[in-house]
Design a protein around this ligand. Structure first.
Ligand code: HEM
Ligand code: HEM
Length: 193
C-alpha cells in the first residue's frame, strides 16, 4: 500500500493503529524474553528447561511477527518528527529504529541456529501445542559456537538499545514537552503510517 505524503500539521500526527499494535506486542514479548533468559540463568534441570521452552517459543514468535512488521513498515511511512526534534536527533532515532529491526531478526535467528546445531537436541515446540522445525545444522560445533556467541552479544546489545530508546522517548516527552509518547500510544486517533 502506498503511504500518504505528509500534510500540513502532520508534525503532531501519530503512528497508525497497525504500527502501534506491532510496536507494543513485539516490545512486550522482547522484554519478557530477556527477563526469562536472565532471571533463570542460574536455574538447573527441569525448571530451566521449562523456562527455555517458553523463551524459544516466544523468540520464534517474535521472529515471525518482526518479519510481518518490517514488510508492513516498508509499505508505510512513519509520521514526520515534531519540529523541535533536532536534525541529528532524528538521524540517531532513525538509526536506532533500523538497528532494532536488524536485531529483531538476527537475534532470534542466532538462537534458532544455536539450538539447531546441538548434537543432542532438546524438545522445541510452540508452547507445547505443536512441534517447531530446526535448521539443518545438527552437530555443527563451529556454527553452534558462533551462534551462541552472537546470541549473547546481540542479547546485551538489545538491552542497551532498549535503555537508550526508552530514555530518549521519556526525555523528549517530559523534558522537551513534545508529547512524543502520545505518537506511539494506543487509543489516540492516528493519521500516519
Ligand atoms: C523491546 C522494546 C522496544 C523495541 C524493540 C522498540 C522498537 C521501536 C521501533 C523500531 C520504533 C520505530 C518505529 C518506526 O518508525 O519504524 C519505535 C518507536 C517508538 N518507541 Fe519503541 N521500542 C521498544 C520499547 C519502547 C518503550 C518501552 C517505549 C516507551 C517508553 C517506546 C516508545 C517509543 C516511541 C514513543 C516511539 C515513536 C518515536 C517517534 O515518535 O518517532 N518504545 N520503537
Ligand atoms: C528476540 C528474541 C530473543 C531475545 C531478546 C533473546 C534474548 C536472550 C538473552 C538476553 C539470553 C541470555 C544470554 C546469556 O546470558 O547467555 C538468551 C539466551 C538463550 N536464548 Fe535467546 N533470545 C531470543 C530468541 C531466542 C530464540 C528464537 C531461541 C531458540 C529458538 C533462543 C534460545 C536461547 C537459548 C537456548 C539461550 C541460553 C543460552 C545459554 O544457556 O547460554 N533465544 N536469549
Amino acid at each position: 500500500m502506498k503511504s500518504r505524503p505528509s500534510e500540513p500539521g502532520a508534525a503532531r500526527s501519530g503512528y497508525s493503529a497497525g504500527a502501534i499494535a506491532f510496536h507494543w506486542v513485539i516490545a512486550l514479548l522482547i522484554i519478557a524474553n530477556i527477563v526469562i533468559a536472565l532471571a533463570t540463568d542460574d536455574w538447573h534441570g527441569p525448571a530451566r528447561s521449562a523456562a527455555m521452552q517458553i523463551h524459544k517459543a516466544t523468540g520464534l514468535t517474535i521472529l515471525v511477527l518482526s518479519i510481518a512488521r518490517i514488510a508492513w513498515r516498508l509499505a508505510h511511512r512513519p509520521p514526520p518528527f515534531p519540529a523541535v526534534i533536532r536534525r541529528w536527533e532524528a538521524v540517531v532515532a532513525r538509526t536506532v529504529h533500523w538497528l532494532f529491526y536488524v536485531l529483531m531478526i538476527v537475534l532470534p535467528l542466532s538462537g534458532w541456529l544455536m539450538i539447531s546445531a546441538a548434537g543432542q537436541r532438546k524438545p522445541f515446540s510452540w508452547y507445547g501445542l505443536f512441534g517447531l522445525p530446526y535448521l539443518p545444522v545438527q552437530g555443527d560445533k563451529a556454527v553452534g559456537g558462533f551462534a551462541h556467541e552472537t546470541h549473547e552479544v546481540l542479547g546485551y546489545a538489545m538491552i542497551a538499545l532498549i535503555a537508550l530508546h526508552v530514555a530518549a522517548a521519556l526525555k523528549h516527552h517530559y523534558f522537551d514537552q513534545t508529547r512524543l509518547l502520545a505518537r506511539m500510544w494506543p487509543g489516540r486517533s492516528a493519521t500516519s503510517g
